[in-house]
Ligand binder design. Sequence first.
Ligand code: DGY
Length: 329
Amino acid sequence: MANQLPLVLVTHTLPDGWLDSLHGRCRTIIGPKDATVLAPELKAHLSQADGLYTLLTIRVDEDILDKAPNLLVISNMAVGVDNIDLQACTRRGIPVGHTPGVLTEGTADLAMALLLAAARRLDEANHDARHGLWKTWSPTGWLGADLLGATLGIVGMGKIGTAVAERARGFGLRIVYNDSCPNQGAESRFGASCLSLEDLLIESDFVSLHVPLTGKTRGLIGEKALRLMKPNAILVNTSRGAVVNTADLLLALREGWIAAAALDVTDPEPLPPEHPLYKQPNCLITPHIGSATWNTRRRMAERACENLLAGLAEECLSFCANPEVYSRE
Ligand code: DGY
């Protein structure tokens, strides 16, 4: 009887308990903890798989989809789905689940932490304290930027952008934002005005990115955008690395077009240890930890299980990244 249950390939080993809701509902084959490609033991079972539970480090493309003709659902344990060829999934009638909502607060906390750390040069100060460069209380040592009264430009006023605005208001920042459609809620709650991207870049002392990676947003912040920013401006990226052009950012930081950057996401990812961005004292880099709290990651895993089970039952996913799949002819 047990082998009548649908077969699900889970690309990574996850902590105990995170996949509990799958027990008794499907058979699973589970990949290694830190996989960056589909493990051979999972690849070998693609042709029989009914479901795929994946993380953002696995590229799910035509090559994988061609080998998995029976897939009823793909469930990504992430809100971003740029690792998945969504159009190819839609063409094949495969709904793709993702996890919006549950990582909003954690990611907004990290964006604020990065903004504060870059504004007050925490990375440099910590480095210098540890390396014997703290000789005295210096009136001009490690001077940074004030938040009170400064302008924060939020690019992408969705759930996470809004949660960042909420936190930033507490620090006395004035909020402006850019989005494809005006967000009335943000305007009434934070007095935030919607600006063109150009005006936002020109006006802001801090710019925080909260857009998904799509064909339109890839390289959105390149030389032209960086040159519009103020020389005292700080760029914070907790969205996707490729929204920023890495080579242009390096130049901007070296040549002082902007003051600093704080990046939780990079392009490529991981950024190799020899990358010159690490040598820039005005660039703070963390390893894609926006959602890295125990509660958030567990809730992401559970939401991904819910999506997966709905897909296996051929029900509509509650959190579907390609809802157009349900209206195909
Ligand atoms: C996501 O869910 O897309 C995040 O980047 C993970 O932290």
